[in-house]
Design a protein around this ligand. Structure first.
Ligand SMILES: NC(=O)c1ccc[n+]([C@@H]2O[C@H](COP(=O)([O-])OP(=O)(O)OC[C@H]3O[C@@H](n4cnc5c(N)ncnc54)[C@H](OP(=O)(O)O)[C@@H]3O)[C@@H](O)[C@H]2O)c1
Length: 332
């Protein structure tokens, strides 16, 4: 199939897979703000993306021109630790079915959302895109990371064989409106917000948190990540090729980091959330639980070279995330 040049237009048909999730909802909001008005959406109940045949039928019928793959099995350290089989199986299935159906139906441009966990556990900081596959991964989320690495490799292989422009974006830890506050499945910031809020409401003397509090984490507000994705979708064919090294057979992985550019210890994040929520008790660290990767700060110079900058500082983002939590789970 001959793939056309594909500069994004306001009327282009765009499919955001996972449009109700934290990342997908932010990307959907950003596309609407930028005036894109032909968005195709399916909930998980309407279309299970693990179902290859149903996904292929959907692409044949809808024929989106651009795709953002933000549907995935996602969770924090506890979920990754306890459900390793689900993390590798579901993510491989979703990616395989969406990326292949997109190519078969003629989609030239696709953004595949991955995660900073794909990088080696002990790689130099800040982490540059070329550190991919240069060392062993962190054990606690290795099944998830390997599924995501397979997705990057799939984008890379399809670009080489079929002339597509499938790009993997690697945001660091996200937080923002619509986050998941289920303690078994949530990431670090939503878990902190919920734990401190509930401890305050219950009048508890202390809150117990996993690990030592020493690992460092970079946090990015979801709307900043979404603006980066729109900027990447709006690249011309020529700018896109340049980003990938100017050659579809380039040794550069089709990969772009998206982050805030600074990180904090979990202990610092916990203190900030405690203050924001107004919890007066103490913090106990359950050091028998794993810490995960000691540090993962992304080098975002590739993304910045396109003129994008993150704009929402942690203080502002945290306030708005807490407001969202209160609005959804009760202002007690
Ligand atoms: N959250 C973060 O901190 C973070 C950081 C970096 C990268 N990312 C990346 O961003 C992407 C999305 O993450 P997120 O945090 O937005 O996750 P999320 O809030 O859990 O949303 C995931 C979305 O995918 C949908 N989904 C899951 N399985 C599906 C299936 N089989 N068929 C159809 N839809 C399915 C979910 O629908 P249901 O809810 O209806 O099941 C949900 O809308 C992931 O690729 C993740 O790696 C996230």
């Amino acid at each position: 199939m001959q793939l056309e040049a594909c500069n994004l237009k306001l009327e282009s048909k765009i499919y955001v897979a996972g449009h109700r999730g934290l990342a997908g909802s932010a990307i959907t909001r950003a596309l609407a703000v930028h005036g894109y008005r032909n968005l195709v959406q399916r909930t998980h109940a309407e279309l299970d993306l693990e179902d290859r045949a149903a996904t292929a039928r959907f692409f044949e019928q809808e024929r989106p021109e651009h795709v953002v793959l933000a549907a995935a099995k996602v969770g924090g350290i506890i979920a990754n630790y306890e459900l390793p089989a689900e993390f590798i199986h579901q993510n491989l299935a979703i990616q395989d079915s969406v990326i292949d159906a997109a190519r078969r139906s003629g989609v030239k441009r696709l953004l595949f959302l991955g995660t900073a966990c794909i990088y080696p556990r002990d790689c130099p900081q800040p982490i540059r895109e070329e550190y991919l596959l240069t060392g062993p991964l962190e054990f606690t989320n290795r099944p998830y990371a390997i599924a995501k690495i397979a997705g990057i490799e799939m984008c890379w292989a399809y670009n080489r064989q079929y002339g597509t422009q499938y790009l993997a974006v690697m945001p660091n830890n996200l937080y923002g409106p619509g986050d998941n506050y289920d303690l078994q499945h949530s990431h670090v910031l939503p878990a902190l917000i919920r734990k401190f809020h509930e401890a305050k409401v219950a009048g508890a003397g202390s809150v117990t948190l996993w690990g030592t509090g020493a690992p460092r984490r970079e946090m990015l507000y979801s709307d900043d990540m979404a603006e980066a994705c729109v900027a990447l979708m709006e690249l011309s064919d020529a700018a896109f090729e340049k980003l990938l090294g100017g050659d579809p057979a380039s040794p550069e992985p089709p990969l772009v980091n998206i982050g805030w550019g600074e990180d904090y210890t979990i202990r610092e994040l916990a203190e900030r959330v405690r203050e924001l929520v107004g919890f007066k008790g103490g913090i106990q660290w359950d050091t028998g639980k794993p810490d995960g990767t000691p540090r993962k700060l992304l080098d975002i110079s590739r993304m910045k070279s396109l003129g994008w900058m993150p704009r929402i500082p942690l203080e502002t983002g945290l306030r708005s995330a807490y407001q969202d939590f209160l609005a959804r789970f009760g202002r007690k």
